[in-house]
Ligand binder design. Structure first.
Ligand SMILES: C[S@@+](CC[C@H](N)C(=O)[O-])C[C@H]1O[C@@H](n2cnc3c(N)ncnc32)[C@H](O)[C@@H]1O
Length: 193
């Protein structure tokens, strides 16, 4: 996993999803190497970089040109990017134009989550899966309800991580903001949480 501090950041773009969360999302995605992945709302490139190391192709989608710029910089900085296509467009439009997808990560939806999941689901291969990260209660509910409506059995975990920080008297555990990971797909065995 790429440590959080090894990402180039931009004040105008949300920072990378924390290392431990990237780790869990990769775990749930369970890539074998030949997958085609879409990272929806690529932001700083947290998921794009991790998947670029592990799969055949990554489409990194963000409607914010600044996010595309910083993701490109991070890819170059880590010697990655040959298998990544950066797409500066709204997620629904971009997904509609893409072919089959094995894994779709949604880290940003701008209030359009159910529509993005619907379009994404129409592109999923038979063993495909969609994974959403969310800090908002409403988004978690929307993700779970949309997966159910589409016939995908949803899984959800809440993740609370505290990291040790050295202080004078020892190591202080400081909590990261809680985040949920919600997933759904056609192959339930693989996705069972
Ligand atoms: C919290 S950031 C994602 C951070 C990213 N997972 C990372 O590790 O760097 C959310 C991103 O989603 C993008 N976004 C939100 N709604 C979108 C939409 N409808 N289409 C495309 N991008 C969107 C935002 O521009 C923002 O860059």
């Amino acid at each position: 996993m790429i440590p959080d501090e090894e990402f180039i950041k931009d004040d105008r773009v949300p920072g990378p999803t924390k290392e431990e969360i990237r780790c869990l999302v990769l775990c749930k995605a369970d890539p074998m190497g030949d997958e085609i992945v879409a990272d929806v709302g690529c932001g700083t490139g947290g998921f794009t970089l991790e998947f670029a190391k592990k799969v055949h192709r990554v489409y990194a989608i963000d409607r914010d040109p600044q996010a595309i710029k910083i993701t490109r910089e991070n890819l170059i900085n880590h010697g990655l990017g040959e298998n990544v296509k950066l797409i500066n467009e709204d997620a629904e439009k971009a997904l509609k134009r893409l072919g089959d997808l094995d894994i779709i990560i949604i880290g940003g939806s701008g209030g359009r989550l159910s529509k993005i999941i619907e379009v994404g689901a129409s592109k999923l291969t038979s063993h495909g899966r969609i994974i959403v990260t969310s800090i908002l209660l409403e988004t978690k509910l929307e993700a779970v309800q949309t997966f159910k409506r589409l016939g995908f059995k949803p899984g959800i975990i809440d993740v609370n991580i505290a990291r040790g920080h050295p202080i004078k008297r020892g190591t202080m555990m400081l909590a990261n903001n809680p985040i949920s990971i919600i997933w759904g797909g056609l192959n339930e065995d693989k996705l069972e949480g």
